[in-house]
Structures are given as structure tokens and as C-alpha cells.
Design a protein. Sequence first.
Length: 249
Amino acid sequence: MESFVNALLEMSFLGGVALSALVWTAVLLSFWANPWCSVEIKRQNADRFLGTIHAIVTGVLGVSVEALTVPQCVTKWSWTKLPVLVLLGFLVVDMASMLICDVWQRWRPIDKVMIFHHVVLLGLFATAYTCDVGLWFGSAMGINELSTPCVNIFWYLRDTGQKDSKAFMINGILLLALFFLCRVVYIPYNYYHFWALDSCKTSSNEEYHRLAWVINFAYVAMYSLNLMWFAKLVTGAVKTLRKEKGPDE
């Protein structure tokens, strides 16, 4: 496993992203090929299945980076670069899936915010990887993805008419808790690591002098977007609770 990771990290940027994308394509196609789900479920949930697998992998890697290593401005050939490479390959495949399912085939409403989210992340993390800027912080940010499985389960339960089930309620509570801890709380903590290193301005990598402001802007934009999503989750939860209590309570 270690030799495979080293070989992957030693590949060119495009080669590494292509290999990562190839693996994620195989994961996506495995869902389309399974005989147990209807065509409609595949249309609505294939890329959500992909997102769930990616979230678990990236989340575990993010926790590993945070727990087993110290914040660092330059990663060079460290394994802490791996989560970003995994993410880039996933974003390419997931974006392609959304464009095919939502924009071309129109099987689902177009999620413009999510498309914008993917485009921004592709640009930011591609720049980070090629310039070796902010990679530790980006890899640790994989912790954010630990809430994603609950998001995908939410859509599956909704699409299969299980909004009134106990599973839907339990998943909603878990989603709120994980989203709050892994995003609303963790993103500022991750930024604290970056701030504590003086925004890496004293790093041996001079790219930070040119790109530190981009990283700061990315933190603000990402946190704002996640706060917006969290506000929507809370609003939805309040509406559900009011509906269950009834108008007379």
C-alpha cells in the first residue's frame, strides 16, 4: 500500500488526477451496473452513492491528517497530499455525472450552487496541489465530508417516499449534529491552524506571498457557503418539528 501511495504521489499532477478519476469512475459505474436498484433510483442516486463512498474515504483521511500529523505549510512528498488528489479525481467524475444527469438528461433539477461549489474547489485545490500551497489544511478539511453520507441518505429517503419514517428523523438529527461539528465548528479550527503559522508567510515556499490572500478568501467563502447550508438545514428541521406537533400545540 505504501509503495502504491508513493508511486501515486510521484506521478505528474495530471497523471495523478487521471488515475484518481479512473478509480472513482469505476466506483460510479459499479452502482449503475448493480441489478438490485431500479433505473429511476440509479438516475437519482448514482452520484450520491459515489459521494457517500468518497465522503467516508476522505473523512477518514482528513481525521488521520488532523490526528496523526502537525500543521505544515509545505508537504513535498508527504502522504498528507493524498486526500487532495483523491478529492480532485472525485470532483472531476462527480461534476461529469451532474452535467450528464442534471443538465443533459434533466433527470433532476439543476443544482447551480453545487456546480459552482465543484468548479471553485477544482480551481482552488488544483492550484494548491501544483504550488504545494495549503495542502495540509485542505487535506485535513476532509473532515467536512463526514456529514455527507447523511445528506445523501436524506435525499434517498425523500426520493423513496420515506419522509415520515423514523429513519428519516434519526438521519436528520445525525445530519444536523455532524454538519455542525464537522463544518461549522471545524472550519474555524482548521483556519486557526493556518493563522497560528502566520498564514505560512515565513514558509520556505514563496508561493504563499502571492497566494496567502487566496487561501484566506477561500476560507471565508467556504465557511459562508456552509453557514448558508446549515441555516437551510435548521430551517427545514424547525418546519418538520412544527408539522409534527400540529397547529394546535
